[in-house]
Design a protein around this ligand. Structure first.
Ligand SMILES: [Zn+2]
Length: 152
């Protein structure tokens, strides 16, 4: 008998930054909040069938802390808040020990996650001493399309 794989998959997408700049209570950076859409899709044999649920995560673009919002709430906020002034980031990861011989460490946690403020040019360290999997997890949680890894 063939095994049919059924399950759900979460797709994330950064919708944009909305509202006024405000200080984050955790990292104290002053930015507009990012709205990341999480769409849960049912899949059969890894082929997406239909959306099950949509929520948003409204987060600080630097430290990633924030709150989950229902689809309707988030849409209403985004419309009323407006986009305001330009805010844009580029994300990248640095792999510190890329050139070291393999096999020294069991787990390579020499990655760093950075974002660059494309308006001011400031580069901000988001997380350090992390693994490649953590880089992927941060990328996904923030709905970024791509995060290049730079070997140092
Ligand atoms: Zn923050």
């Amino acid at each position: 008998m063939a095994v049919i794989v059924y399950g759900t998959h979460v797709f994330t997408k950064l919708t944009g930054y909305f509202g006024q700049r405000e200080e984050c209570p955790f990292c104290h950076r002053v930015y507009k909040k990012g709205y990341v859409r999480n769409s849960v899709w049912a899949h059969l044999e890894y082929i997406p069938l239909f959306p099950v649920k949509k929520t948003y995560f409204k987060m600080c673009p630097v430290c990633g802390r924030g709150v989950e919002l229902k689809n309707k709430e988030a849409k209403a906020e985004m419309i009323s808040a407006g986009e305001g002034e330009r805010q844009e980031f580029e994300a990248y990861a640095r792999h510190i020990l890329a050139k070291k011989p393999k096999g020294i460490m069991s787990t390579d946690s020499s990655y760093e996650f950075w974002i660059k403020d494309m308006v001011s040019g400031e580069e901000i360290l988001v997380a350090s001493d992390i693994t490649k999997d953590t880089v992927k997890r941060i990328k996904k949680s923030r709905g970024y399309k791509k995060v290049p890894i730079i070997d140092v």
